[in-house]
Design a protein around this ligand. Structure first.
Ligand code: COA
Length: 155
């Protein structure tokens, strides 16, 4: 098992295939459409052409892709930071401590880019991911809150 850089020609299809599952796990009302997949394919193509701003690392199990992490250099009102956008293990590889290898690769990329903050978003219900991130040193800095609303009268 090793972590290696993304090779677009070899890995593109597998990463695209993981997108529906990744979003369905994290957004319960999400519907995976062909236009969503086309957008993700485009994002992935652009990221593959911009390795200075995008670190994509593959967890490679003897030639089989076990997982990947995608981290991007971003800027907001507080300055530049490393954004851990996607962390994904294929189901047989989950719950074995392998997520940590992906997080380490993301953090190395962030440090090598001279950035002093790593940031990510996670759905509160996704407890496997929340625990991985807490073990990896992440703390809650903002809450995104929502409440269900009653239907409009007459609907
Ligand atoms: C989120 C995700 C990457 C986390 O991966 P994971 O395999 O659960 O996390 P880890 O690799 O850190 O595994 C740790 C768990 O495996 C257990 N484990 C079993 N054997 C282990 C070993 N040899 N070493 C370390 N941990 C081990 C640990 O006890 C731990 O369980 P706990 O969280 O209940 O304490 C993975 O669940 C996943 O790909 N999910 C789908 C995609 C997703 O939701 N991504 C996040 C988007 S924000």
């Amino acid at each position: 098992m090793l972590v290696r850089p993304y090779r677009p020609h070899q890995d593109f299809r597998a990463l695209l295939d993981a997108q529906c599952d990744l979003y369905q796990i994290n957004f319960p009302r999400f519907v995976c459409t062909s236009s969503f997949l086309a957008d993700q394919a485009q994002r992935l193509r652009v990221a593959g052409r911009r390795p200075l701003e995008n670190g994509i690392f593959i967890l490679d199990d003897n030639g089989t892709i076990a997982g990947f992490v995608w981290v991007a250099v971003r800027m907001d009102l507080q300055g530049a930071y490393g954004s851990v956008d996607q962390v994904y293990l294929w189901p047989p590889y989950r719950r074995q401590g392998l997520g940590e290898l992906l997080m380490d690769a993301a953090h190395q990329f962030i440090v090598q880019h001279g950035l002093t903050t790593a940031r990510l978003y996670v759905t509160a219900d996704n407890q496997d991911a929340v625990r991985l991130y807490q073990r990896s040193g992440y703390q809650i800095t903002r809450y995104e809150m929502e409440r269900p609303m009653p239907p409009a009268p007459g609907r």
